[in-house]
Design a protein around this ligand. Structure first.
Ligand SMILES: O=c1[nH]cnc2c1ncn2[C@H]1C[C@H](O)[C@@H](CO)O1
Ligand SMILES: [Zn+2]
Length: 359
């Protein structure tokens, strides 16, 4: 291996950037147990450790659709303002403890209105939790929201409108998630066009549970700023026996336009989007200098953290500090906050830390 195995504590201490993490996929198991008891939600296990195992095993299904079924037990306990605020605050605390310095956390407001909350109240409750968490972390982390619309529903325009209403109060973009096969991104074209007219930003889950047509629509019809996962872009790359790669036109476009790929290695193995970490397309795509970023997707379902994902890449591919810095700067460049804020985090927080390890 080119690089030594990095110490887990050092990886944790390194400044990291997280662009793809679902609020309803990152709850602490003990918090789910607490919240479920308060509202009478029935869980598959009531011991936090057993519940954590249940989530990891149930999500490890090889199918995106079955993976998504596990969210019934997180979304089910996130229906009040207090619950949303608590989950959001704990999310920030957990990320700060893991060395994340900037995060964009996504969730679908429309999934949190079952007990009578309005969409606006959902976002307000999450923002309250983010503010509390950031204050507790004493400025070590900045967290912003991405508002997600669910592909199988039809509230794209409403959620895009909500993202615009909240654009100066913590929300920096929009996303679509949920089952990919049968729900092409063009179903939401009105929402994407509206956001473009408003000079806003959006990412689209694409190339995870479905292949190139989904990525092509996301990029060429919808104008996605970033791609959630995007792993199937490898279907447009032919690798010869001598290792040389030939990119098709879509893969070339994605690389040449520096469209960021929000890659989530552990999640991709669980949903069957990648056969294993060792065979994950991130290795090829990074070596071809796509704008690759590393993410967690759902820390609870994958039993992971951003540090653990980097640890896997270190052990599996020999990625060291240089690769970790490149991936982190890639992510920071791809964030939806203003350029001056991104630049400051890169030059004042990220680069100085890695510079000390790269002498
Ligand atoms: O990886 C994913 N692909 C598609 N949809 C996803 C993924 N992870 C979570 N979701 C869904 C389930 C959540 O309830 C929703 C909003 O966060 O987004
Ligand atoms: Zn996701």
């Amino acid at each position: 291996m080119e690089h030594p195995v990095l110490d887990a504590a050092d990886i944790q201490a390194a400044p990291k950037v997280l662009l793809h993490d679902h609020l309803d996929g990152g709850l602490r198991p003990a918090t789910i147990v607490d919240l479920a008891a308060a509202v009478g939600h029935e869980l598959p296990a009531t011991d936090p450790a057993e519940l954590a195992t249940w989530f990891a095993e149930a999500a490890d299904s090889g199918s995106l659709e079955r993976y998504l079924e596990t969210f019934a037990h997180t979304v089910g306990v996130m229906q009040t303002a207090d619950a949303l605020t608590r989950v959001a605050r704990e999310c920030v605390e957990d990320l700060a403890a893991d060395g994340v310095v900037y995060a964009e956390i996504r969730y679908a407001p429309e999934l949190h209105v079952e007990a009578g909350l309005g969409l606006d109240e959902v976002v307000a409750a999450v923002q309250q939790g983010f503010e509390e968490g950031m204050a507790a972390a004493g400025g070590r982390i900045t967290v912003r929201h991405l508002l997600t619309a669910m592909r199988q529903a039809a509230s794209g325009m409403e959620i895009a409108g909500l993202a615009i209403q909240w654009r100066d109060r913590g929300v920096v973009g929009f996303d679509i998630a949920g089952p990919e096969a049968g729900y092409p991104p063009t179903r939401f074209i009105d929402a994407f066009e509206y956001l473009q007219r408003e000079n806003s930003h959006f990412t689209i889950h694409a190339g995870e549970g479905f292949g190139l047509p989904s990525i092509w629509e996301a990029v060429q019809w919808c104008g996605a700023d970033r791609l959630g996962h995007g792993v199937r872009i490898v279907d447009d790359i032919a690798v010869a026996e001598d290792g040389t790669a030939k990119l098709g036109r879509l893969a070339s476009y994605v690389r040449d336009k520096r469209i960021p790929l929000e890659m989530c290695p552990s999640s991709n193995v669980q949903t069957g989007a990648a056969p294993s970490i060792a065979e994950h397309p991130i290795k090829l795509l990074a070596s071809l200098r796509f704008r690759v970023t590393v993410n967690t997707d759902n820390r609870l379902m994958s039993g992971t953290s951003l540090s653990k994902e980097f640890g896997l890449l270190n052990v599996t591919f020999g990625y060291g500090w240089r690769e970790m810095e490149w991936l982190t700067v890639n992510a920071m460049k791809s964030a939806f906050i203003p350029y001056d804020e991104r630049y400051r985090l890169i030059t004042e927080t990220i680069k100085p830390w890695y510079a000390e390890r790269l002498v």
